[in-house]
Design a protein around this ligand. Sequence first.
Ligand code: SF4
Ligand code: SF4
Ligand code: SF4
Length: 272
Amino acid sequence: MADRKPRVAVFDFTCCEGCQLTVLGIGEPLMELLDHVEVVAWREVMSERSDEFDIAIVEGAITRDCDAPRLRRIRERAKTLIALGSCATIGGPHVSANNFERAEMLDLVYGEHGRQFETGEVRPLSAEVHVDIPIHGCPIDANEFLDVMKHVLLGRPYRVPNEAVCHECKLNGYECVYDKGMICLGPVTRCGCNAICISRGHRCFGCRGLVDDPNLNAARDVLEEHGHTIEEVLGMFQIYAQRAPQVRKLVEAGRQPKRTKVAEPWRFGSSS
Ligand code: SF4
Ligand code: SF4
Ligand code: SF4
């Protein structure tokens, strides 16, 4: 990429395009970034299009048979492939469709015309191709996008956040919502959003997916401590991660007989 500006192409699959809109809404820093790249394809903002690019930014989940070969062609051309947003990184809210029998779901949503829509199992980009950098979030965090792009353009490795949302919640000194009677997925959800939902008085519903190695025993302990069951928390996982292997482990851990409490508390920001 030394003699010319890196060429960037933006693509989308099944999604709401909210993450692209987040990028477009960045403003001045985006203009500065665009000084350092050449955008050669971006359906949402331009009609020109080139298949010659260095960096592919791909939003959306894979849901149809035709998606996979299209994604593989993008992968073959790109030196760097960035998955933009939780649809691309973990399947996004669309994965909840995997909980239903396909024909039944199409009938339910579209009625008599449902069967004309082609749709299959919802999966993230990484189910089909190698993803160099996932940018999690529904929608993404604009600052993280800029940070990722700087790393890519400078040729530096980017470390994907892999601590729990509780980590950022604690750093910000927010009151734990468990103490307000709410259930929160922050202890097992990947951080990087600066605990934005907690800052607004809400709970974390897991939009960035699970950390790689969630502390499941501790998660079970805090649920029990506040009188919640694993079944209650499963409902929240339905949006983004019910089929994740870690969630199955959490369920299994939650159904085991109670054992010695873990030494390291997971509940940060608690008043107790
Ligand atoms: S991750 Fe969320 S905001 Fe982004 S495209 Fe998917 S549904 Fe939309
Ligand atoms: S400290 Fe409490 S409110 Fe904050 S992310 Fe963790 S569980 Fe949620
Ligand atoms: S707090 Fe949770 S739900 Fe909210 S943006 Fe962060 S990861 Fe997503």
